[in-house]
Design a binder for this molecule. Sequence first.
Ligand SMILES: [Zn+2]
Ligand SMILES: [Zn+2]
Length: 111
Amino acid sequence: MTDLSREAMAPAEIGPNADGTALLIEWKDGHRSTFPPRLLRLSCPCAGCVDEMTGRRTLRESDVPSDVHPLAIEYVGRYALQFEWSDGHRTGIYPFEFLRRLCPCPACSAN
Ligand SMILES: [Zn+2]
Ligand SMILES: [Zn+2]
């Protein structure tokens, strides 16, 4: 895992992407991450989706509807986002560092 700069973990702007199908985060270092909603839902780090003892993901892909999307997005302090999902789930807190490491773009996936 590479070290991220403070700017790389700080969002400058958060909102829907151009066609409204994904969440776009523009980071203070200029990088842009586009997250398909289902990827974010399936990556939920809460205790209901990940076994706290083993770190194993207990949430299965088949548990999540293909059209899942956020109904609301809230800041948690200055370090994380919390999503209210269309499937009723809302306990996941996504730290910005976690989100930056989750960036699915080819440049980030490569390392
Ligand atoms: Zn969860
Ligand atoms: Zn990226």
